[in-house]
Design a protein around this ligand. Sequence first.
Ligand SMILES: [Zn+2]
Length: 339
Amino acid sequence: MASTRSRITTDIDFDQDGYQTGTLRVPHSVDRSAYGHIPIPIAVLKNGDGPTALLTGGNHGDEYEGPIALMKLMQRMPSMKINGRLIVVPALNFPAFLAGRRTSPIDGANLNRIFPGHRDGSVTEMIAHYIDTELFPRADFVFDIHAGGASFDHLPTLLVAPPADEGERRAYRRVVEAFSAPNAMVMDLLGEDRTYGAAIERHGKLFLCGEFGGYATCNPEGLAIVEEGLQRVLAALGICTGGELPPPRHDTRWLRVEGARHYVFAGTRGVFEPAFRLGDEVVAGQLAGRVFDPHAPWSPPVELRFGGDGVAMLVRSFASVEPGDCVALLASRTARQGE
Ligand SMILES: [Zn+2]
């Protein structure tokens, strides 16, 4: 029978106590390197029989709060006293991360649109398959850290999806409360089910993710939210209880994206002028922005209007737009979720 085991290998022994650093080796035989591989850095710390937290960044290679928070965590890991296991991968789509791009320069793939991946697929498909078959099964809690990337700026927001099961919901509520984000938003990806989040949901694991900045830069405020929130979550999980915890700085505002009416897309090619600011409360019909035609600058711009009421959660960063580009996303204020 053909093997279904990932082609990615590692020098890490996930069952060994103590601190280990190493790589996930993605086979990659190319003109300049016949027997080569792509080494994706990973660190593991294990002690005792507590739960396993899988902490990942760089799912998209142009988002930096996650990778930087996790590289900083790695500096502390050798001296951390824990009960359980930390599996830390700061840059999951490592080729994309090195290139500072959302998608991989090798196969053009977006890791977060390719789950559950493929053992015999392209580099990015192999990475997704490894995460799905080797990392997710080992984890009790998973945190995947995102930001808006090059094309968006995003309000710092925990993306929440309370589980249906009452017992699981209680554990979920505990970690969401411990994280204490300024915004917690129930996302609506309009049916998209090829994401890391959709895959982890199929594994039934406790999962958080979030957006903590944008513009392909590191937002210091977003970074602090990630680092402090993560410390409180690891304490709430009982993995890392020693030391003083940073006090929560936010009363969480609860929000929900409600379908296509909360998205604003460009319908023409041109230059986009936003008519709102990140975090603005807007109403249906309000002007979201204008798109100018660079070839006919004397023509009146095309007006884009919001299709619903809500808080502006993201704004497109690139002024240059094509039909289909998302320029804004709203979310309605809502009652606390998962009660
Ligand atoms: Zn992302």
